[in-house]
Design a protein around this ligand. Structure first.
Ligand code: ATP
Ligand code: HMH
Length: 270
């Protein structure tokens, strides 16, 4: 059985965070495990409260998994604080984590801050050097590199700057660009664009979480990195095109196994 671990925050409404990650792992035929960093009281309208877990229980969750179970890939999402970021990075180094996908989650779609401003530096310093893939959206890329990122030229400049911070691969997500949903993949040598038509929907809660955990699922299945990203792009496109109205605000993406097997993105779960 292929396994993947998510280290992220809990979203009580089930559309983003740990819950989206586990649904994605399941739909892609990978056994999902979780380490919770923080609990958000959240629904389709926004985040009403956040409670960080203490660093000891976070480190102990990571140790409990790695001490017992082979982890095929790990996706890191919401980290909330600089201390949690440092502890998670230290634990991943200690346990020799492989296939590390870092989604530098900073702000929820509703606007609530999920990573403190002063923690961005810790993310760059401690996690980027051990990451295989980092997946910022335009806003996160801009906050990381310190210049505006809003078109292909600035996405390429941001990818080069982020690559220099240590990860093996960078995917700058263009979900917030006008026009097509166009993501930039950079391996340090060449740029490749993964482009799909924009799906006209407001139900995009959890798109970033879903995309990065789909990449981790691909790595857990030992796909080459570009293939894992390409499959994740197909997965998120199907998931958004079947997004649905739930609650009063921004509804979630859809994770039904049958959908993805029809779309040809589900491999075997061996
Ligand atoms: N309306 C859309 N139609 C098609 N693809 C989309 C759409 N919105 C986002 N995507 C794709 O979804 C993936 C996630 O990108 P996005 O930029 O939305 O992430 P994000 O902002 O980190 O998400 P989140 O707000 O959940 O953190 C990317 O592959 C992006 O191109
Ligand atoms: C817990 C959590 N992680 C990530 C996101 C992505 O925006 C969110 N809304 N909530």
């Amino acid at each position: 059985m292929k396994t993947a671990l998510t280290i992220a925050g809990s979203d009580s409404s089930g559309g983003a965070g740990i819950q989206a990650d586990l649904k994605t792992f399941s739909a892609l035929g990978v056994f999902g495990m979780s380490v919770i960093t923080a609990i958000t009281a959240q629904n389709t309208c926004g985040v009403t409260n956040i409670r960080e877990l203490d660093e000891e229980i976070i480190a102990d969750q990571i140790a409990a998994v790695y001490d017992d179970i082979p982890v095929g890939a790990v996706k890191v999402g919401m980290l909330s604080s600089a201390e949690i970021t440092r502890v998670v990075a230290g634990a991943l180094v200690k346990h020799g984590a492989a296939n590390v996908v870092v989604d530098p989650v900073m702000v929820a779609k509703s606007g609530s801050r999920l990573l403190k401003v002063e923690a961005v530096e810790a993310l760059i310093q401690f996690l980027f050097p051990i990451a295989d893939v980092v997946t910022p959206n335009l806003h996160e890329a801009a906050e990381i590199v310190g210049f505006p990122v809003g078109n292909r030229a600035s996405m390429e400049r941001a990818a080069i700057a982020i690559k220099a911070m240590g990860p093996k691969y960078v995917v700058v997500k263009g979900g917030h660009l006008p026009g097509a949903a166009c993501d930039l993949f950079y391996d340090g040598k060449e740029f490749a664009y993964l482009t799909n038509e924009r799906i006209e929907t407001k139900h995009t809660h959890g798109t970033g979480c879903t995309f990065s955990s789909a990449i981790a699922a691909g790595l857990a299945k030992r796909m080459p990195v570009f293939e894992a990203v390409a499959v994740a792009k197909r997965y998120i496109t199907v998931a958004i095109s079947h997004g649905f109205s739930l609650g009063k605000g921004v509804g979630p993406t859809h994770h039904f196994y049958e959908l993805y097997s029809q779309a040809g993105v589900v491999g075997d779960g061996e």
